[in-house]
Design a protein around this ligand. Structure first.
Ligand SMILES: [Fe+2]
Ligand SMILES: [Fe+2]
Length: 370
């Protein structure tokens, strides 16, 4: 293709575009923004809608035959245009899904460079194998599957088990760094005794002596009791004015995040709690484990109830309110704070006007089941 001389600025811009270049003088503020501009938006998915679609998938698909995993994942409307499948992004870095395993099903063994965690929502009898360890789990438990570890799951009981998955799929996709491998066996061999890692850390804030050498992912299962005990201790004290009584899941060997690329928290909002607003660079996916209330995100009210999911994107003002006068609300959340901190991007700011509370300008209307 032959080049042509540019006669005016408009023509120069067009020529640059056709020649796969760009004029920095007119693009600099789009590239170096004054403050973060999030492609993902604040959004909320209702439990009833997710479960309805998951139920339909259960009728149409068998795990192991036609589906390695039966999970419905959340696509942020702001990322819908990204190919393929919105990069599986609930936020710019994090994927979230709700997965169902019926009694007797085996989700076959595989491993991937995306790092994963699970939060058990419903059902007893779930069992997973991670890196040669059998891990049993119950509702409220938090589990990790670190990068490149073999994992498979089954359900040995007679009721369906449902959990939330969170992986750094969009982040990995952006970096083009995803490898996946399928195990030759449906279930991997067990190499240590059942619940080995949970037994090693039974004491909570004490660790086995051989942990003086740091371990990357020494604990596979964090029980609901552990999280609850942590929160109950905090409830003897004043709540955090923004997040109530909140804990984060940590690696007991290093004190860092339990999963090195995804942060995870559980927070309790006491009855009537009205949190103050703040914003930060890291993005967050919330799952309402128990209770009901609403969050105000950049002036929009998002009402939530047990089982719902919602997203607070990067640099969005947000505050959480428990509307019940008698029941606590528990929010499980995952975030990309470890990534933001690793690259020194994290900034946090408190909302100073109106005693820390935003003015509600609109109310979010979620897609509901008929
Ligand atoms: Fe997986
Ligand atoms: Fe926050």
């Amino acid at each position: 293709m032959k080049t042509r001389d540019s006669k005016n600025l408009e023509e120069l811009h067009q020529n640059l575009q056709e020649e796969n270049m760009g004029p920095l003088w007119s693009s600099i503020h789009q590239l170096n923004t004054i403050e973060p501009k999030s492609k993902p938006i604040a959004y909320l998915w209702k439990k009833e809608l997710i479960r309805k679609r998951l139920k339909e998938a259960e009728e149409l698909l068998e795990v192991g035959e036609g589906a390695d995993r039966r999970a419905v994942f959340l696509i942020n409307p702001g990322m819908k245009d990204l190919e393929p499948v919105g990069w599986g992004g609930a936020t710019q870095t994090l994927y979230a899904a709700v997965q169902a395993v019926k009694p007797g099903e085996i989700a076959p063994a595989h491993r991937h460079t995306t790092t994963a965690l699970r939060f058990i929502i419903n059902g007893h009898g779930g069992e997973g194998r991670v890196n040669g360890e059998k891990i049993t789990f119950e509702p409220g438990d938090f589990l990790i599957t670190p990068t490149w570890t073999w994992h498979d799951h089954t359900n040995i009981n007679d009721e369906e088990v449902i959990w939330m998955d969170c992986l750094d799929v969009p982040f990995t996709n952006f970096l083009s760094t995803c490898f996946t491998e399928f195990h030759e066996k449906k279930q991997q061999d067990l190499l240590v005794e059942d619940n080995f890692s949970l037994k090693r850390y039974n004491g909570g804030m004490v660790r086995p002596i051989d942990d003086r050498k740091e371990k990357i992912a020494p604990l596979g299962r964090y029980t609901w009791k552990m999280a609850k005990d942590g929160i109950e201790g905090l409830m003897e004290l004043d709540p955090n004015p923004i997040d109530g009584y909140a804990i984060e899941y940590i690696n007991p060997s290093t004190g860092k995040d339990a999963n090195d690329r995804i942060g995870s928290r559980m927070q309790c909002l006491a009855p009537g709690f009205k949190g103050k607003a703040h914003r930060h660079v890291h993005s967050t996916i919330y799952h309402v484990f128990k209770g009901e209330g609403y969050s105000v995100i950049d002036g929009e009210r998002f009402d939530w109830a047990e089982g719902d999911f919602f997203v607070v994107p990067t640099w969005a003002w947000h505050e959480h309110i428990n509307t019940s006068s008698s029941k606590e609300a528990f929010l499980f959340s995952t975030n990309d704070l470890p990534i933001m901190e690793a690259f020194d991007f994290e900034v946090e700011e408190n909302f100073k006007e109106n005693d820390g509370h935003q003015i509600i300008q609109s109310v979010f209307n979620p897609i509901k089941v008929d």
